[in-house]
Design a binder for this molecule. Structure first.
Ligand code: NAD
Length: 243
């Protein structure tokens, strides 16, 4: 039987895309809440909550879900590193799929980026460029943050290696820095390019999303998967069996 799904952040762009995708996939939506609604009551009547709201709302959402033992699919981005560490402890107390990007193509981009970072050493300058619609409130995107994490992990670098944009007399690029550039404009759903540039050649891995339905369908696939899993934090690689 398909799980009863609660949508949190229901009035937003993603909340509406999740509702549309649920209809298309014949899944049951038991409730749809947004800021100011009674989240606790809505949680009581669902089997899993799918959240695309605001990073400021994540702690309260997780606390309510933990109190009621409800699985969570968390799509919201924009958490700071320390904030995320605290939230992960909370999220691990219920079955939770937490992904900065629910698209299948992007999850493959993560795997390709890991492989390219390993094969192309520090001689290849790594830079990440992302572009999103003019309404996006956080930068860099959760997907770009994950791509950067993968590059830093493979190159054994810390967060101090990141260069968020460049301005003024920056000096020559060092081999240990990783650049990140966030473009904003129009209605772009989400573009990500990971670039590895050496003297004489450049490899670019690019993903372009043209319809937020891909994230909604992925999040609903995660919702069906996570119900019945043991408590813990999972990602889309787990859901898709890419690990
Ligand atoms: P949006 O601004 O269109 O919608 C956000 C909605 O959340 C709004 O309706 C807002 O009223 C609501 N909200 C704010 N505070 C709330 C609260 N306390 N409780 C319940 N609802 C609350 O934004 P969006 O484009 O739909 O994106 C939402 C989030 O999802 C962002 O963080 C975005 O980066 C992220 N996102 C993630 C993925 C992914 O695949 N993981 C894909 C797209 C967007």
């Amino acid at each position: 039987m398909s799980p009863r799904i609660l949508i949190n952040g229901a009035k937003g762009r993603m909340g509406q895309a999740v509702a549309a995708a649920a209809k298309e996939m014949n899944l049951t939506v038991s409730g749809a809440v947004d800021a100011g609604d009674d989240l606790g009551a809505a949680l009581a009547g669902c089997d899993v909550v799918v959240d695309f709201s605001s990073h400021a709302a994540t702690a309260a959402l997780l606390e309510s879900a933990v109190a009621r033992g409800k699985p969570v699919v968390l799509g919201t981005t924009g958490h700071g590193a320390d904030e995320k560490k605290r939230l992960l402890l909370l999220a691990g107390r219920v079955p939770c799929v937490w992904a900065g990007n629910f698209s299948v193509g992007v999850n493959l981009l993560f795997a390709l980026t890991r492989r390219a970072s390993a094969v192309l050493g520090s001689d290849y300058d790594a830079e990440v460029v992302e572009m999103h619609h003019r309404f996006k409130k956080d930068a860099p995107s959760g997907t770009a943050a994950r791509l950067l994490e993968i590059i830093l992990e493979e190159r054994k670098l810390g967060a101090e290696a990141l260069r968020h944009g460049r301005e003024g007399i920056t000096g020559e690029r060092t081999p240990t820095e990783v650049g990140i550039h966030a473009l904003r404009g129009g209605d772009v759903v989400g573009d990500h390019t990971v670039m590895f540039a050496a003297l004489g050649e450049r490899l670019e891995l690019t993903h372009k999303a043209s319809d937020r339905g891909i994230f909604a369908r992925g999040a609903l696939r995660a919702a069906c998967w996570v119900v019945g899993q043991p408590p813990g934090v999972y990602d889309m690689q787990d859901v898709l069996g890419l690990k």
